[in-house]
Structures are given as structure tokens and as C-alpha cells.
Design a binder for this molecule. Structure first.
Ligand code: AP5
Length: 231
């Protein structure tokens, strides 16, 4: 008989990772999603896929992303609403890079209610901005699996090649120094206020994201376990 590979725990809610570019949202969201066997929903990855395929949405988003600005809510919200309706989201999902404005957060709140989900669990990755430039300029991502590396702190065994599947590692176009500045600015202006919004709702959990990937992962899991099941 085939071994039972189903996760032993169920998430049954949305988890949101909040934090500036390079804080480790993607790295941690991927790990948490694997742990609970639920989808990892990165709006950045979804948008990059649209850009790569040259869809109507991708053509609109491309120049905006290249400038390091946020894509308008009207484009992002429809994409997210369609995604969470798919059957693989029935037992919860992990957002990475969404919501990013208070308007997006309010819309998400309504959407979760509509689909009968519990209130979301929000993980706020708190980090000193001085380390972000090194993390972003050093990031390399697998073209096949999306696995995230860093040439300084998390290098692959063979330069340019993914350890897991041999895929090519590439640098994101918006990880150039001249685009990182505007991205950090957009975060401070439009996304940072979300921390106060979720704190007021009693949903925010601060995690020290300057620690190692494994230590942050341990803290995230501990935090999720501490309140899972609470409505
Ligand atoms: P998006 O793809 O969401 O990018 P971002 O928010 O800028 O975040 P990043 O992916 O750059 O960083 P991360 O926090 O995920 O860090 P990671 O884990 O990779 O968005 C891109 C663009 O899309 C936006 O600018 C916008 O235009 C558009 N967009 C997306 N969503 C949108 C929305 N909702 N609304 C409007 N527009 C939207 O780690 C970074 C590096 O650090 C890696 O190399 C990693 O290995 C390393 N690292 C991670 N953790 C650690 C650690 N603990 N110690 C040492 N190194 C670490």
C-alpha cells in the first residue's frame, strides 16, 4: 500500500505574510504551505506568470512592476478571488504578498466570510531595513519550482542550478538596485499601514525576521499552533 503522505494537521484558514520586500515572505510561505499541504498563493508569482505569458493582465502589470510600484487593486482582486475559488483552497491557503493595501485587506475579509473561512492569521515579518538590499540583490529563484536561494546566505550546491530539480536559477528583473528603492518606498507608504489595521483587529503576530531561515520557520509554526482553531 502507498504511504500516507497527507499532512497530519489541517490549517482551515488563510495565513497572510506581511513584511517588506526581502523580509522572507516567499521563503516562509512556501515552507508553511508545504507543512499543511495547502496552496502557496503569491500574487507576485501570479502576476509574473501573466507577464511571462503576455496576457492582457500581464501587459498592464509589466511596466508597473518594472517601476517597483503596486499593480492597481482592480486587477489584483479579481485574480485572487478567482484563485481561492479553486477546490485546492478548500482547507486553507497561505498568501505571500497579498493583501498589500487596506482596500485589499477589507475586500479579502469579505471574501473569506463569503467562503465560510475563519478569520485570517497574519504573520508580520519584522526586520531591520538595512539587511534587505543584500537579501534582494543576492536572491536567485528556480525557474521550474520557484525555490528561493541567496548567493550570499543560501547558495545552491552548484552555482545557477536548483538543488531540488536541476532547474535554472534566475534573478528577478525588479531585484536591481534602482527598482528596489521604489519597492521599499511603496511598502512604507501603502502596505506598512496594514500592520496597524490587523493589529487593531487582534490578528497580527510579530516575528523577528532577522534570524536564520530555520529559526524564523520555527517561530512561525509555534505562532500558528498557538492560535489555530480559535475563531
Ligand atoms: P512580490 O513578488 O510580492 O515581491 P515583494 O513583496 O517585493 O517581496 P519579495 O518577493 O521581494 O520578498 P520576500 O519577502 O518574499 O522575500 P524572499 O522570501 O524571496 O511583488 C512583486 C511586485 O508584484 C510588486 O512590486 C508589485 O508590483 C506586484 N504585486 C504583487 N502583489 C501585489 C498586490 N497584492 N497588489 C499590488 N501589486 C502587487 O527572500 C528574499 C531573499 O532573502 C532570498 O534570497 C532568501 O533566500 C533570503 N532570505 C529569506 N529569509 C532569510 C533569512 N531568514 N535569513 C537570510 N536570508 C533570508
Amino acid at each position: 500500500m502507498a504511504p500516507d503522505t497527507r499532512p497530519s494537521e489541517r490549517l482551515d484558514r488563510a495565513v497572510i505574510f506581511l513584511g517588506p520586500p526581502g523580509a522572507g515572505k516567499g521563503t516562509q510561505a512556501m515552507e508553511l504551505a508545504k507543512h499543511f499541504g495547502v496552496p502557496h498563493l503569491s500574487t507576485g508569482d501570479m502576476l509574473r506568470e501573466h507577464v511571462g505569458k503576455g496576457t492582457t493582465l500581464g501587459l498592464k502589470a509589466k511596466p508597473i512592476m518594472e517601476r517597483g510600484e503596486l499593480v492597481p487593486d482592480s486587477l489584483v482582486l479579481k485574480m485572487v478571488a478567482e484563485r481561492i475559488e479553486r477546490p485546492d483552497c478548500a482547507h486553507g491557503f497561505v498568501f505571500d504578498g497579498f493583501p498589500r493595501t487596506v482596500a485589499q485587506a477589507k475586500y479579502l475579509g469579505e471574501l473569506l466570510k463569503l467562503h465560510g473561512f475563519k478569520r485570517p492569521f497574519v504573520i508580520h515579518l519584522v526586520i531591520d531595513p538595512s539587511v534587505l538590499m543584500r537579501r534582494l540583490t543576492g536572491r536567485r529563484t528556480c525557474k521550474v519550482s520557484g525555490e528561493i536561494y541567496n548567493i550570499y546566505d543560501r547558495p545552491p550546491k552548484v552555482p545557477g542550478i536548483c538543488d531540488a530539480d536541476g532547474g535554472e536559477l534566475v534573478q528577478r528583473p525588479d531585484d536591481r538596485e534602482e527598482v528596489i528603492g521604489p519597492r521599499l518606498h511603496a511598502y512604507e507608504k501603502q502596505t506598512a499601514p496594514l500592520a496597524a489595521y490587523y493589529r487593531r483587529l487582534g490578528l497580527l503576530h510579530d516575528i523577528d525576521a532577522t534570524k536564520s531561515v530555520d529559526e524564523v520557520k520555527r517561530q512561525v509554526l509555534q505562532s500558528v499552533h498557538s492560535v489555530r482553531g480559535v475563531r
